[in-house]
Design a protein around this ligand. Structure first.
Ligand SMILES: Cc1ncc(COP(=O)(O)O)c(C=O)c1O
Length: 277
């Protein structure tokens, strides 16, 4: 017989709610997505589902019907009644005895829908960011539940009075934010590090790369360094929950006079058009 303690209660493991035996909890063994709706329209659902499918394949969780996930997302969102919703969902490998390489588990789906945070103030005033060493594993292109380095980076940033932590690799190269993609603007050039195994293929990034020309920008996808960011005319982060948010202080250096810059504002208004389509 296996025994468990939940809080202060000793119980037979066989009587445990299976949520306690989830591989997401034991190992971070699962993948997730976050998307949102804008004024009653879901944004980029297909792009999120495509990335989710890829993440599942990369960690060998098989037999998931993406149509079924799509239906669940839409149903939960509609039931929530939120015009501006944030939808989180994940699939873990399943629940069972704690064993790193267990076979035959049934994957478990979980979804949470809530009202999207109002990011108006952050968009109007900009946020602050600081760099932290990128201590993550080498497959950050997979949107996995393993987020401990991201959590610690964000906690450190908050302790230092910053909103976002920007990861820097061993060679001084910027990868991305702890929960965002990262962009620079020099003159009329938009710069971001190219996608690689150490960067999440951000959906918001994907859309920024569709609209930058409308804002009169050229694109430079090249390995971005910390020195580039400190010298940039404008900086911003990109994330599904808030789309584009200007960064007005980076490692204590004031960027763009401490206010959102002209091109970032243009990109924000282009993005606002996109989410209405
Ligand atoms: C590490 C990391 N990079 C980038 C992003 C932005 O990705 P997306 O635009 O798909 O939300 C996120 C979002 O949570 C993230 O966690």
């Amino acid at each position: 017989m296996q025994l468990a303690i939940v809080g202060d209660k000793l119980i037979e493991a066989s009587k445990l709610d299976s949520a306690y035996l989830d591989y997401g909890t034991f190992f971070g063994d699962g993948v997730y997505e976050v998307l949102r709706s804008y004024d009653g329209k879901l944004f980029a659902l297909e792009e999120h589902l495509a990335r989710f499918k890829r993440s599942l394949a990369e960690i060998e969780i098989e037999g998931i019907n993406i149509n079924d996930i799509r239906e669940k997302v839409i149903m939960a969102w509609q039931k929530s009644g939120y015009a501006n919703a944030k939808i989180y969902f994940h699939i873990t490998r399943g629940a069972g005895p704690r064993d790193h390489a267990a076979e035959g588990l049934t994957p478990r789906f979980f979804l949470l829908v809530s009202e999207a945070e109002d990011a108006t103030k952050q968009k109007q005033n900009g946020i602050t960011a600081m760099t932290v060493p990128d201590t993550r594993w080498k497959r950050c292109d997979i949107k996995s539940l393993n987020l401990l380095p991201n959590v610690l980076a964000k906690r450190l940033a908050h302790k230092r009075g910053c909103d976002e932590a920007i990861f820097v690799d061993d060679k001084g190269g910027i990868t991305e934010g702890s929960s965002s993609a990262f962009f620079l603007i020099f003159g009329n050039n938009l710069q971001t590090s190219p996608l690689a195994a150490n960067i999440l293929p951000s959906i918001t990034r994907q859309f920024v790369l569709k609209i930058y020309k409308n804002a009169g920008l050229n694109l430079l996808e090249k390995q971005t360094r910390v020195e580039d960011a400190t010298k940039a005319d404008e900086l911003f982060i990109a994330v599904s929950s808030k789309d584009i948010v200007p960064v007005v202080k980076f490692n204590e250096i004031t960027i763009s006079g401490g206010k959102p810059g002209k091109y970032t504002k243009l990109l924000m208004s282009e993005f606002a058009k996109l989410v209405k389509k």
